[in-house]
Design a protein around this ligand. Structure first.
Ligand code: UTP
Length: 290
């Protein structure tokens, strides 16, 4: 059973400066809900009851968001705003959430390594704190289902346009079923010619404790950081790794254009905004030059 999750959220978010100078990018709101709240909700909806957030310098707002705020609660009680009161209480009761600080920003592999004492000898899910995936079945649940079948590391992947493979970590291997590959290759940002497929790593994983030994052996790679993909390549020499094509739509909040698109799509899905916002969008589109 996978019941623990690790959410790395310590990164600098340099692609989102200046907004991320003094606030975590994982707290960037999609209208009124911080990105990381969607990520935590996906974990909970997938049966996870224990979450470790890898935090760091300047990330206090994440801890405060999932903590209780008695002053705010009292003020909502006094205003008799039951709906907002319940929402605020729900957030602080979402799950058993723990925090650990990544002391130096040495990359995603290094961030995951901080989880080793917390996860012990259990498999665990990893959900990147800056990536929302909108789906019918929560994506972490989809990967847990595949893990139950293979009992090995599972990487969530998604199809990307063939001419854009050089932006992603790409997997290649033997097809086991429609959605599942037994991985034989893991390449970070390959050229279009050398890419073994168009299946890109999508920010969701099920990892086993074996990953920690692999991280220990991983030398610093791109950006002089310990990359999780490099550690998984070391792991691949010793054991099988599978990928599962996720069913859902991925939103990478860490880059500005995708963030903008996310807000528009989520606003159109919200009952209270769908009509007025689509009217506004149509009017705006009409003012655009052809
Ligand atoms: P990114 O590489 O997208 O985050 O990592 P970043 O480094 O903050 O982004 P830029 O390139 O500077 O804009 C994906 C996730 O992994 C976390 C990030 O917080 C993000 O949620 N991360 C990354 C860590 O926790 N520690 C790290 O050392 C690196």
């Amino acid at each position: 059973m996978v019941h623990k999750a690790v959410i790395p959220a310590a990164g600098l978010g340099t692609r989102f400066l200046p907004s991320t100078k003094a606030q975590p990018k994982e707290m960037l709101p999609i209208i009124d809900t911080p990105t990381i709240q969607y990520v935590v909700q996906e974990a909970i909806d997938s049966g996870i009851d224990d979450i470790l957030i890898i935090s760091g310098k300047g990330k206090r707002a994440i801890e405060d968001h999932f903590d209780r705020n008695f002053e705010l609660e009292m003020s909502l009680v006094n205003k008799e705003d039951k709906r907002l009161y319940n929402e605020v209480r729900r957030i602080s009761d979402m799950a058993n959430i723990h925090f650990i600080r990544q002391k130096e920003l040495n990359g995603l592999g290094d961030a995951i390594y901080y989880a080793r004492l917390h996860t012990g000898d259990e498999p665990f899910a990893v959900l990147l704190g800056d990536t929302i995936i909108d789906s019918v079945i929560p994506v972490t649940q989809q990967l847990i289902d595949v893990y139950e079948q293979y009992r090995q590391t599972i990487i969530g992947v998604e199809q990307v346009p063939e001419d854009k493979v050089d932006r992603y970590g790409i997997v290649g291997g033997k097809r086991m079923s429609d959605r599942i590959l037994e991985i034989s290759e893991l390449i970070e940002k390959p050229s279009v010619e050398e890419s073994p497929s168009n299946l890109a790593i999508a920010g969701r994983y099920i990892l086993t404790p074996e990953i920690f030994k692999a991280i220990e052996k991983t030398k610093r790679g791109k950006n002089n950081e310990v990359q999780l993909t490099d550690a998984m390549r070391i792991l691949l020499r010793r054991e099988s790794i599978f990928s599962c094509t996720i069913e859902g739509k991925r939103y990478d909040i860490g880059n500005k254009l995708d963030y903008l698109k996310t807000i528009v799509e989520f606003a159109l899905k919200r009952k209270e905004f769908a009509d007025p916002f689509s009217t506004f969008l149509k009017e705006t589109v009409n003012t655009l030059p052809n």
